[in-house]
Design a protein around this ligand. Sequence first.
Ligand SMILES: [Zn+2]
Ligand SMILES: [Zn+2]
Length: 89
Amino acid sequence: MKPCQSCQTDIDEYLLDKQLEPLRELTADDFNICADCATIVADACVKCSGAVYVPRNESVTPDYCPACRSDLIDCTGHDPGWTRGHVST
Ligand SMILES: [Zn+2]
Ligand SMILES: [Zn+2]
């Protein structure tokens, strides 16, 4: 087991995978954190109404899920960040 980046406990990948399930594209392998440190907010994505993952260092709930964020990066060629109207030029 890998230790959690944030709290150093061993990551239970089964629990984390269950928690990440609403995100679909992401699995425990994409995270170095335990289920306790992963914050998932259901229905919060402004594009697809899916669940978003709240990064540990973010105090606000993201507007985009990871899938829509990477779509936007593909589309526009720049990273919109996690929130709408937070564009750095
Ligand atoms: Zn943790
Ligand atoms: Zn989305």
